[in-house]
Design a protein. Structure first.
Length: 256
């Protein structure tokens, strides 16, 4: 998945959207600082709002479970992906969990946790579109992508070969709407995100196999917050061993 210059506006957003959370567990719980963890706003099934306006999803619940396991206090800041990364780079956030792909380029600036999900990219079109069956059908047409994501990177890598142009969006729902209205013929998205969206009736369908992508990881600024990173890794390992990690994935991503 998923640059930018952090501005005063982002500082205001960081404060406005801060959701203070604490997960107990461990003799030192509550004695340390509350870490500021930034996340995306709409990247279901990893983070999104339920009908009551609460943030839920794999990333949100995984973070909560690890925090409880390790006795970490944290404030969750749903900012949007680009703003979350900007907050991390400006030290307004201690970590980011947002379906963030681990790439060689990002590893120059961030330290990542043990991967917690292996993903990939798919192409989707409007559900009633029977003309486009693959990349060749994109020639001369417009394609939607989400800024900073692995889907955008993949599309940028093949657009000259297949002769299409790109239009960028900051949120997945806007990108989907672009395709549904016919302004763009297709979009590229992470497989689990698109699969979940289709199951929820987003009006699209996948027409390509998953292109192998990067794994998702929890990120901190390079050389910073190593204790937080270590606790995340230890908690993740404990959840895997207990079966809670797989149960969480099964809750949001169908296996069949």
């Amino acid at each position: 998945m998923k640059k930018g210059t952090f501005t005063v506006l982002m500082c205001l957003l960081l404060t406005a959207f801060s959701v203070s959370l604490y997960a107990g567990g461990g003799k030192d719980a509550g004695k340390g600082k509350a870490f500021k963890i930034a996340t995306d706003t709409t990247f279901a099934p990893f983070e999104f709002q339920d009908a009551a306006g609460n943030y839920v999803g794999i990333d949100i619940e995984l973070l909560a479970a690890i925090a409880q396991d390790q006795g970490i206090a944290y404030d969750l800041n749903p900012l949007g992906f680009s703003a979350a990364v900007a907050a991390l780079e400006s030290s307004q956030a201690d970590g980011v969990i947002a379906g963030m792909s681990i790439t060689a380029e990002r590893q120059k600036k961030y330290d990542f946790s043990t991967p917690y999900y292996d993903s990939g990219v798919v192409m989707a079109i409007r559900a009633d579109n029977s003309e486009v069956t693959g990349y060749a059908g994109l020639r001369g047409k417009r394609v939607a992508v989400k800024t900073g994501t692995e889907g955008a990177t993949f599309a940028e890598g093949i657009k000259d070969q297949y002769g299409f142009t790109l239009v960028y969006f900051d949120e997945s729902p806007f990108m989907y709407e672009e395709v549904k209205t016919g302004n763009s013929v297709a979009c590229f998205e992470d497989y689990p995100v698109m699969g979940y969206g289709i199951s929820q009736g987003n009006g699209l369908k996948m027409v390509t196999d998953m292109e192998r992508g990067s794994s998702y990881g929890f990120a901190v600024l390079k050389g910073k917050n190593q204790d937080l990173l270590s606790k995340f890794n230890t908690g993740l390992a404990n959840l895997r061993n207990s079966g809670k990690y797989q149960a969480l994935l099964d809750k949001y991503i169908a296996t069949k």
